[in-house]
Design a protein around this ligand. Structure first.
Ligand SMILES: [Zn+2]
Length: 700
C-alpha cells in the first residue's frame, strides 16, 4: 500500500498524455539514395538498367531499372516471377533453381518485396539473400543481392557436429547455453571473404539474453561467424533526485549512469540500474517485448527522491511517472524503518515498469476495478520476473516488496499474493487489508476506489492459476488445478498487451480476456483452469462440471517390481479427453516434481535409500485427478525381494538371482538372511548388480 500514488494526476499531465497519444507517427522515410559505389557494364538481358552497384567481388549487389514485369493483379507473386527470375539469377551468376522465395511483403507505398534464400548443392547459403522489388504496376524495378555463386567447396564436413556444438557452446555466454538447433550450411561470413562450409549452431542463453547462431568451420573447427538474434538495445539511465520530489519538470538531477556505465559507488543507484536491466531482460526473453513500449524506450530511473502527498512528504514510495515527457521510475530511499531504499527490490522495479507496459498497451484506467487490474498486473509481472530471475519459485515469489519492507523485520512483505488478507495490519481498520474475494471487495473512494485493496482478488486468482490449491480462507471449497507460472504469466501478459484488456476492463471482463488468451495459447484444460481460478476468488461461477472423465495415467518406466539404482528416471504417460494440465510424481508420498507438458519425465533423488519405494504419479485435468503407483527396489544389504523370488531363484540384497543358497539348500531362500558369511553375500550382490546393468544396457 505504500506504492499508493502510482503517478500524480493533474491537468497538465493529462494534456501531456493526450499530446503524446495524438502525436503523428513518424513518416516512413523513402529509401534515400545511397552513394553510388560503382557502375558496372549493364547486365545484358535487362530492358533497361538505370543503376548498378558492384560489390568487392565484381558482382552486382544492386540493380535498378526495367528488370522484368509481372501481372500486377497476381496473387502468388513468387509464382508470377517465375519467368523473370532466371534472367535475374544469371546477372548474379546463379541458377534460378537455387533461389527459393520465403517472404513476400507489401509496403505503404504499394511496392512488393520478395525475399529469396540462396541454396547450393542442397545446402542453405547463409548470407546469400536476394530481394526482388516490384512497383505497384508489376514492374520489377530493382534487385538487392548478397547472393552470388562461385562457391567451390566440397559439401562434406570433416569436423563432426558434436565437436562443432562443443566449440560453439564454449565460445558463447561462458558456456551457459542450450542448443536450439543445428544445420550444415554454406556461409558468406559477415566479415566478408571466401565462403565456408559451416555448422550453424543455434544457442540460447540460460542465464543471459542470448540467442546466437554460431558458425563453426566444418573443415577447421574454428568459430568463423556469429549472428546474434537479440540486440543489446537496453538503454538505461539513472539520475539522482538529491531529495527533491517528482514531477521533475526540468532535469531530475545529476546523471549517475548511462547504458554500459553503471553507477560506480552509489549502491542504490546501482540496484536501480541492475533491477531495471533484469526487468528489461525478463520481458525480452519471455515475451519478446523490447522495453515498455516495445520500441526500445529508454529506461530512466531516478533515485533518492521524496514523495509529496496530502499527508506530507515521505521517502517510503516508488512510482512510474509517465506524464511529463519521457517516463521515469522514481524511487524513495525509505525511512529505514517502514521501508529500505525501494530501488533495491527487483519486484518493486518490475512492478513500476509493468505500469509503463500497461500504460502503453491496455491503458487500464487507474480507478476502481480496472485500476485494481492495473495494480494486479504489476504485482503479477513482478512475481513472474522474480521467478525468472531467480530460476526458482518459493514463498518470496508470491510476496511483494519483501526485500525492502520493514528492514528490521525479515519474513514480512507489503502484499501477499497467496493470501492477500495477511497485510491487514498495514491499513487503518476502516479500510481493512487487501481483499481476496470479489464479494468482499472494497467499494469506498479511498485508494482510487481500492486499486491496491482490490488487486489482491486478481493476485490470488493468478497465484491459484499458477500453483493450484484452495482459497486460503476457504471462501469456496473447490480446488484450482495449477498450470504453472510460465503458462499463467503468458496468459495474463497476452491479455494485457494484445488487446484483450482495455481501459475499463473490470474483473468479469478480465476473466473473459484471460480465458480467451488461454484459448489462443493453449487449450481447453488451461481455459478451464483460468475460469476456475477466477471463480475461486468469487469472479463468476466455476465452469459447469462438464469435465467428468478423469485422466488416464501410467508409469511406463521403471516397471512395477523393478530393481533400480538411486537417481533413477521415471517416465509417465497421461491422457485426457480435454487435456492433461500437469503430472506430479511422489516417492513414498513426498513430491518429487511437477511436469506441465509431455513427455512427463522425472528424476528421483540420488541419495534415495536402499529398500522398497512406492512411486505415485498423479495426473490432473481441469476438474479431476487420477493416480498410478509402482513399487521399485533399490538393492542393498538386507533388502527383501518384493515380489518374492520364484522357484530356483535366490533373493540377494533385494535382487532375485538364479540359483540356490550357497549352503546347498535345495529349496532356495533368502541369501541375505542365510548363514553364509558377509563375504559371499557381497560377492553375490555384486554379481547381481552386474546382471542388472547388463539387462539395462540390452534394453537401451
Ligand atoms: Zn503500483
Amino acid at each position: 500500500m505504500r506504492i499508493r500514488s502510482r503517478h500524480v494526476v493533474s491537468g497538465t499531465g493529462l494534456a501531456a498524455l493526450l499530446a503524446v497519444g495524438c502525436a503523428a507517427p513518424e513518416d516512413a522515410v523513402p529509401g534515400a539514395a545511397a552513394a553510388r559505389v560503382a557502375v558496372a557494364p549493364t547486365p545484358g538481358s535487362f530492358a533497361r538498367v538505370d543503376r548498378v552497384v558492384v560489390a568487392d567481388d565484381g558482382l552486382p549487389s544492386f540493380v535498378r531499372g526495367d528488370l522484368g514485369r509481372i501481372d500486377p493483379r497476381a496473387q502468388d507473386v513468387p509464382a508470377a516471377l517465375g519467368g523473370v527470375i532466371p534472367n535475374i539469377a544469371a546477372a548474379f551468376r546463379m541458377r534460378a533453381e537455387d533461389l527459393i522465395a520465403y517472404d513476400v511483403s507489401r509496403d505503404e507505398l504499394g511496392m512488393t518485396h520478395v525475399r529469396y534464400q540462396q541454396h547450393k548443392q542442397g545446402l542453405r547459403v547463409v548470407g546469400g539473400d536476394l530481394v526482388v522489388h516490384l512497383d505497384a504496376d508489376g514492374l520489377v524495378s530493382a534487385v538487392t543481392s548478397t547472393a552470388r555463386d562461385g562457391i567451390d567447396l566440397d559439401p562434406i564436413p570433416t569436423v563432426d557436429l558434436d565437436r562443432a556444438i562443443a566449440t560453439a557452446s564454449a565460445a558463447t555466454a561462458g558456456g551457459a547455453v542450450t542448443v536450439h538447433g543445428s544445420d550444415l550450411v554454406y556461409l558468406f561470413a559477415s566479415s566478408g571473404g571466401a565462403p565456408y562450409l559451416a555448422w550453424e549452431i543455434e544457442l540460447v542463453g540460460t542465464r543471459e539474453v542470448v540467442y546466437d547462431r554460431v558458425y563453426v568451420d566444418a573443415r577447421s573447427g574454428a568459430v568463423v561467424d556469429r549472428h546474434p538474434d537479440v540486440f543489446p538495445i537496453k538503454n538505461r539511465e539513472v539520475f539522482d533526485a538529491q531529495g527533491r520530489s517528482p514531477p521533475f519538470l526540468s532535469s531530475p538531477g545529476p546523471r549517475l549512469a548511462t547504458e554500459g556505465s553503471p553507477p560506480a559507488t552509489d549502491v542504490t543507484a546501482r540496484a536501480a540500474y541492475d533491477n531495471t536491466g533484469i526487468t528489461y531482460d525478463c520481458y525480452k526473453m519471455k515475451y519478446n517485448r523490447d522495453s515498455y513500449d516495445n520500441a526500445g524506450a529508454k529506461l530512466t530511473s531516478v533515485v533518492h527522491a521524496v514523495f509529496q502527498s496530502q499527508q506530507g512528504s515521505t521517502p517510503n514510495n516508488a512510482a512510474w511517472i509517465g506524464q511529463f515527457g519521457p517516463g521515469m521510475m522514481v524511487y524513495g530511499d525509505g525511512d529505514g524503518n517502514l521501508m529500505g531504499p525501494l530501488a533495491r527490490a527487483l519486484d518493486v522495479t518490475a512492478h513500476e515498469l509493468t505500469h509503463a507496459v500497461t500504460s502503453s498497451t491496455a491503458r487500464l484506467a487507474y480507478q476502481n476495478e480496472s485500476g485494481a487490474m492495473n495494480e494486479a498486473m504489476s504485482d503479477i509481472m513482478a512475481s513472474v520476473c522474480e521467478a525468472w530471475s531467480e530460476g526458482a519459485i518459493n514463498l518470496q515469489t508470491w510476496q511483494v516488496g519483501e526485500d525492502v519492507f520493514t528492514p528490521a523485520a525479515p519474513g514480512d512483505a507489503m502484499r501477499y499474493m497467496y493470501s492477500p488478507t495477511l497485510d491487514s495490519n498495514l491499513y487503518p481498520p476502516e479500510l481493512g487489508g487487501s481483499r481476496d474475494f470479489y464479494a468482499d471487495r472494497y467499494l469506498g473512494s479511498q485508494d482510487n476506489g481500492g486499486v491496491h485493496l482490490n488487486s489482491g482478488i486478481a493476485n490470488l486468482a493468478f497465484y491459484l492459476l499458477s500453483e493450484g490449491g484452495l482459497h486460503p480462507r476457504q471462501r469456496v471449497t473447490f480446488r484450482v488445478n495449477g498450470i504453472g507460472i510460465e503458462k499463467a504469466g503468458a496468459i495474463f501478459q497476452r491479455a494485457l498487451t494484445q488487446g484483450y484488456f482495455t481501459s475499463n476492463t473490470n474483473f468479469a471482463q478480465a476473466r473473459t480476456a484471460t480465458e480467451e488468451a488461454a484459448r489462443n495459447l493453449y487449450g481447453a484444460a488451461e481455459v478451464t483452469a483460468v475460469s476456475t481460478a477466477w471463480a475461486a476468488v468469487g469472479v463468476g461461477q466455476p465452469p459447469v462440471a462438464n469435465d467428468t472423465t478423469p485422466p488416464t495415467v501410467a508409469i511406463t518406466s521403471p516397471a512395477d517390481g523393478a530393481s533400480v539404482t538411486a537417481g533413477f528416471a521415471v517416465d509417465v504417460t497421461a491422457t485426457d479427453d480435454q487435456g492433461v494440465l500437469r503430472v506430479e510424481l511422489a516417492v513414498d508420498g513426498a513430491l518429487v516434481g511437477t511436469d506441465n507438458s509431455p513427455p512427463y519425465q522425472f528424476t528421483t533423488a540420488a541419495d534415495l535409500a536402499a529398500g522398497q519405494h512406492t512411486l505415485t504419479a498423479t495426473a490432473y485435468d481441469a476438474a479431476n485427478q487420477a493416480t498410478a503407483t509402482t513399487t521399485v527396489t533399490i538393492p542393498g544389504p538386507g533388502v527383501e525381494c518384493v515380489p518374492a523370488c520364484g522357484d530356483g531363484e535366490t533373493c540377494t540384497d533385494g535382487v532375485c538371482v538364479p540359483g540356490n543358497p550357497a549352503d546347498g539348500d535345495e529349496t532356495g531362500g533368502c541369501l541375505g538372511c542365510s548363514t553364509g558369511g558377509p563375504d559371499s553375500a557381497s560377492a553375490l550382490a555384486l554379481g547381481a548388480v552386474g546382471l542388472l546393468l547388463a539387462r539395462r544396457r540390452r534394453r537401451a
